[in-house]
Design a protein around this ligand. Structure first.
Ligand code: PEP
Ligand code: MG
Length: 324
């Protein structure tokens, strides 16, 4: 099977009945580039820039960030790279930037932090736009959006960075911009968000955590965390349908995209892109190339009639087993 998976590298992720899914890699450090190219990725669906900030003892300068982003954009050009702006707080901390809160997952996280510190945000966007000079594969992604006004403020920062660089004579191009759908409020405002951006990316790790009120890192309640929970599936389906109405591409970039069982349901929903750890990519491609979208739709219809995660999981495992 391993040889068969390797042989898949240059084949498209397309179902036997002709539905094409794009498979992208989640990366955190430049060291991940080789691995994801070797796995046959079509680009980077989620570059978690916080890693670059976490391995230092102070904020990286614009020049330092520029050098890293430039390498990354060049390594993948002309394929897209989705650069997610700094997402700290929750369970991600910078050693030189203290956030002490009783409830970090409900506190100062993601976009909230960088909107309160526009100098950090602006520096990062400037570095990204400069790194994309002469290339056309930069996509910017905003984490933890829970209100339309936050998205508007974030877009305003991008506009400021862009105009500043134009004034300085840099040949910048306006990037594609997208929003993470990972807070329940964003699911219910997905139409308003979709209208303002070029693409949507569903962060199922946080979305499941917030929908189920289960801290994803707390052992004691880990059993309650189910990515196949009917409420999680309903939320994802709502987002996928809204994206389609607005003709905006939609991805799943949480761990769920790399789970064989869940991937079948996402295929049934008509997801455009999956972004996953390079190691999971060949297996998910194999599933896409072996399950027709028609069959995935049937399994999705059955899953949506269930009221608990366990029978959904069982049904999907059986479907996978029958495929060998
Ligand atoms: C997510 O929340 O699903 C996600 C992809 O972001 P992170 O895991 O980095 O919070
Ligand atoms: Mg997240």
């Amino acid at each position: 099977l391993t040889e068969e998976l390797k042989g898949l590298r240059d084949l498209p992720a397309e179902t036997p009945d002709g539905f094409r899914v794009h498979l992208y890699a989640n990366i955190g450090l430049l060291a991940d580039i080789e691995l994801s190219l070797a796995a046959g990725t079509e680009g980077v669906g989620l570059y978690r820039t916080e890693l670059l900030f976490m391995v230092r003892d102070q904020f990286p300068t614009e020049e330092e960030q520029y050098a890293v982003y430039r390498k990354l954009l060049q390594a993948f050009t002309p394929s897209p790279v989705v650069l997610r702006v700094l997402d700290v707080g929750g369970d991600k901390f910078l050693p030189y930037f203290s956030i002490e809160e009783a409830n970090p997952f409900l506190g100062w996280r993601g976009i909230r932090v960088i909107l309160d510190h526009p100098e950090i945000f602006l520096t990062q966007v400037r570095a990204s736009l400069r790194a994309a000079e002469g290339l056309s594969n930069l996509n910017l992604l905003f984490p933890m959006i829970s209100a339309v006004s936050e998205l508007e403020e974030a877009l305003h920062i991008v506009r400021r960075a862009y105009e500043g660089l134009v004034e300085e004579g840099v040949r910048v191009t306006w990037p594609r911009v997208g929003v993470m759908i990972e807070v329940p409020a964003a699911v219910y405002q997905v139409e308003a968000l979709a209208r303002r951006v070029d693409f949507l990316s569903i962060g199922t790790n946080d979305l499941a955590q917030y929908l189920l009120a289960v801290d994803r890192s707390n052992e004691r309640v880990a059993e309650l965390y189910h990515s196949l929970h009917p409420a999680v599936l309903a939320a994802i389906l709502t987002v996928v349908k809204a994206a389609r109405r607005h003709h905006k591409p939609v991805s799943v970039c949480g761990e769920m995209a790399g789970e064989a069982t869940a991937a079948i349901l996402l295929l049934g929903m008509g997801i455009d892109n999956l972004s996953l750890t390079a190691g999971d990519l060949p297996r998910i491609k194999w599933i896409i190339r072996n399950f027709s979208q028609q069959y995935a739709r049937e399994l999705l219809a059955r899953a949506l009639r269930e009221e608990k995660p366990e029978p959904i999981h069982k049904m999907l495992c059986e479907a996978l087993d029958n495929f060998g």
